[in-house]
Design a protein around this ligand. Structure first.
Ligand code: HEC
Length: 479
């Protein structure tokens, strides 16, 4: 009789151990199984890191028969997309990789030559220039006519390139340790641009009730810092860009460094797009165990906590330098993603490429309905809410980019797909089209059902007064 509790304890321990083994098989540990082929599920070939292909993958490739969490395949898809988009671009060919060059080669990168928001959506609603051309001087908020590969990190409104993404609108900026605001740029690939251009969707009145982008559509959103005074500049991908000096109210060509990159791609198996987000590894420390080292967004002293929202006003923005605040990564990166990162980063280190200093923070993807294979496809009418996506509602791993959604790191129902889901029906998850089509009518968002839905959700999770966050001049914002 007395032995019974002992037996129960042993049985429990065995069950827990088995569960742990199963969990690790289903996620990070699966990669190791490639060394044990020929044993059913164990023989599934796990993705191998490759940094030599300048081509975007067309879809995620989860092998037939694979069961469990396909995170390693989605993260591999993200990394391949990243490699293709940071590949040197072919001279004069926007969005086309130069296959004669290697990844570590010099020159502007593919993603930098996609069509920028300011090029597509003109303040007067006029048509954008053809894909291969850069917009005429009148429509460039910063420089004169850009030459191929030049970059302009500015906006006509003087603040919409520094506002952090919010629920269908923008909120206060963040600053790097040198007291300069982070600069954002959105680019669309040719598939997306051609549809918007062809249907004249840059004019709001031409938007149908429901927009559908073709498979292969890619949007990127990049985050940049001005490099003066930043520690270890050699660790960043750096280049020159036109930057608006808010004090002088004129543009200057300055050295900037990449700190964040969102990539979203619509694929045949995932009509809700696949959502990938990369960061520089020196951005900030994890919330726990805290700081050590030098970071672009943290002073290295743990004592100063991260604020709940940006202390900086968006409109009009105070001219920098401002006093920066500390930013931390609230949730840790998923262990399987960390493992994929180290595989890719060590390949990149072998060719001494600066991209070895970047990491995938998270891939978010739509999960197929219960009872259907993890390979997909996912029905086109499925929404992007957390219970239909990975990492799901219970996830305690990272789902936001610390440089792009700094203050949306806590609740997955304010994560990428949940926030973008609110414009799913109208503009196929793409907020830029919703926000910037002429005439930009951001205030109307306050009254749209999609915005009200978000506002309620946000109130529940944040206790924030959303309308107060909308900058007064966004009411007459120009793109
Ligand atoms: C709180 C809401 C919110 C969250 C969370 C959010 N975004 Fe966005 N995102 C926006 C808004 C709003 C815009 C448009 C900004 C503008 O109009 O300048 C945008 C723009 C983008 C763009 C440019 C293409 C587009 O949709 O127009 C990409 C790419 C993007 N986000 C990816 C992501 C990824 C990846 C994540 C998660 C890591 C994410 N977003 C999380 C609100 C959000």
């Amino acid at each position: 009789m007395q032995r019974q509790p002992q037996l129960v304890a042993i049985a429990t321990a065995v069950i827990v151990a088995l569960a742990l083994v199963l969990i690790s098989l289903a996620t990070a540990g699966t990669r190791r199984l490639t060394s044990a082929p020929g044993r059913g599920i164990l023989s599934v070939q796990m993705p191998q890191p490759t940094i030599t292909s300048p081509q975007l993958p067309l879809d995620v490739d989860v092998p037939a028969g694979f069961q469990g969490n396909p995170i390693a395949f989605f993260d591999d898809f993200s990394w391949r997309s990243f490699i293709a988009l940071v590949w040197p671009v072919e001279d004069g060919q926007r969005g086309v990789p130069d296959t004669a060059r290697q990844l570590a080669g010099p020159g502007p990168r593919v993603f930098e030559t996609l069509k920028a928001t300011w090029e597509i959506f003109h303040a007067d609603g006029s048509a954008p220039s053809p894909w291969s051309e850069y917009e005429k001087q009148t429509y460039n908020p910063c420089a004169d006519q850009l030459k191929f590969g030049q970059l302009s990190l500015a906006s006509f409104s003087k603040f919409s390139h520094i506002g952090q993404a919010f629920f269908g609108s923008l909120t206060g900026p963040i600053a790097s340790q040198n007291g300069r605001y982070v600069l954002y740029l959105t680019g669309m690939n040719k598939a997306e641009f051609d549809l918007i251009d062809g249907r004249k969707w840059y004019i709001r009145a031409n938007l149908p009730a429901s927009v559908t982008f073709p498979n292969g559509s890619v949007s990127v959103k990049s985050a940049w810092i001005e490099m003066d005074g930043i520690a270890n500049p050699d660790r960043y991908y750096r280049r020159k860009a036109f930057v608006l000096d808010l004090q002088q109210q004129r543009c200057e060509e300055k050295e900037v460094g990449l700190v964040g990159l969102h990539i979203v791609q619509k694929t045949p198996s995932r009509p809700q797009w696949i959502w990938s987000s990369f960061e520089h590894v020196d951005n900030c420390p994890p919330a726990s165990p805290g700081a050590s080292g030098s970071f672009a967004f943290h002073n290295g002293i743990a004592a100063q906590a991260m604020p709940k929202s940006s202390p900086f006003q968006l409109d009009p923005p105070v001219a920098p330098p401002v006093t920066p605040f500390n930013i931390v990564r609230v949730n840790p990166i998923h262990p399987s993603t960390t493992q994929t990162n180290s595989l890719y980063r060590s390949e990149l280190a072998k060719v001494n490429s600066v991209w070895k200093n970047y990491q995938l923070v998270m891939t978010q993807w739509p999960t197929p309905p219960a009872g259907t294979p993890p390979q997909g496809p996912v029905p086109a009418d499925q929404d992007g809410q957390p219970d239909h996506t990975f990492p799901g509602t219970g996830g305690a791993t990272a789902f936001a980019n610390t440089t792009l959604e700094t203050f949306e790191q806590e609740h997955v129902d304010t994560g990428c797909m949940a926030c973008h889901d609110d414009t799913r029906v109208q503009t196929d998850f793409v907020w830029t089209l919703q926000d910037h089509a002429f005439e930009p009518n951001i205030p109307a968002l306050l009254f749209r059902p999609s915005f009200l839905k978000l506002q309620n959700r946000l109130k529940k999770t944040h206790e924030l007064n959303v309308p107060k966050k909308i900058a007064p001049s966004l009411l007459k914002a120009k793109p």
